[in-house]
Design a protein around this ligand. Structure first.
Ligand code: 5CA
Length: 172
């Protein structure tokens, strides 16, 4: 492959830009003492449903990394929700004491450093306030985006709490 000047087989199948995004997630997790097992999918997994289908797991096990914007402060608020749950924005607003709105693609890119569909739960450009859906704690293993639409990693809900330092809440 053109970017591998060493001549040995490149172990990544993902394109270069994706590789660096995934690498940033891996490094953020390793800094927090967690060595992730990143799974590269052969098809896109932009949504929780697509990710579950590609992995052969239940949608409940998929961690949606949803970015909200504080209406007054402009601060990023990250909600890690179970793939089946719709987040009640009013609950998030109450928790952060300001109205929040779903972030647009540009804001997500700026505050997280990743594009929608691949936003991971950790390793963001700006550290967000983080909330974790209590329903995820029922699962033995959950899967989150690893920086790209074709890459995910698996972990236990306890590990998710530990690496994100998130606060457990009811999102719906
Ligand atoms: N890779 C998958 C599974 S881990 C993933 O990232 N899923 S996700 O749920 O975390 O990210 C998709 C979410 O991005 C959608 O649920 C939706 O809330 C949000 N989204 C999609 N398109 C837009 C958009 N145009 N503007 C703002 N948010 C969007």
């Amino acid at each position: 492959m053109p970017w591998n000047s060493q001549g040995s087989a490149w172990r990544w199948r993902l394109p270069y830009g994706a590789r660096s995004s995934v690498q940033r997630v891996r490094e953020a997790l390793e800094e927090r003492g967690f060595a992730p097992r990143v799974v590269e999918l052969d098809r896109t997994a932009r949504s929780a449903a697509e990710a579950a289908q590609a992995l052969g797991c239940r949608v409940e096990q998929i961690v949606k990394s949803l970015v909200f914007k504080g209406g007054r402060t402009g601060q990023p608020v990250l909600v890690l929700a179970s793939g089946v749950n719709r987040v009640d924005e009013r609950k998030i607003s109450e928790l952060v004491s300001e109205p929040v709105e779903k972030a647009d693609a540009g804001y997500v890119r700026e505050k997280t450093g990743f594009s929608i569909g691949g936003v991971p739960p950790v390793g963001h450009a700006e550290e967000p306030v983080t909330f974790v859906d209590e329903d995820l704690l029922r699962e033995e293993e959950v899967w989150a985006a690893a920086g790209h639409t074709h890459a995910v990693f698996g972990l236990s809900p306890t590990e998710l709490l530990k690496v994100t330092n998130g606060r457990v809440i009811a999102v719906k």
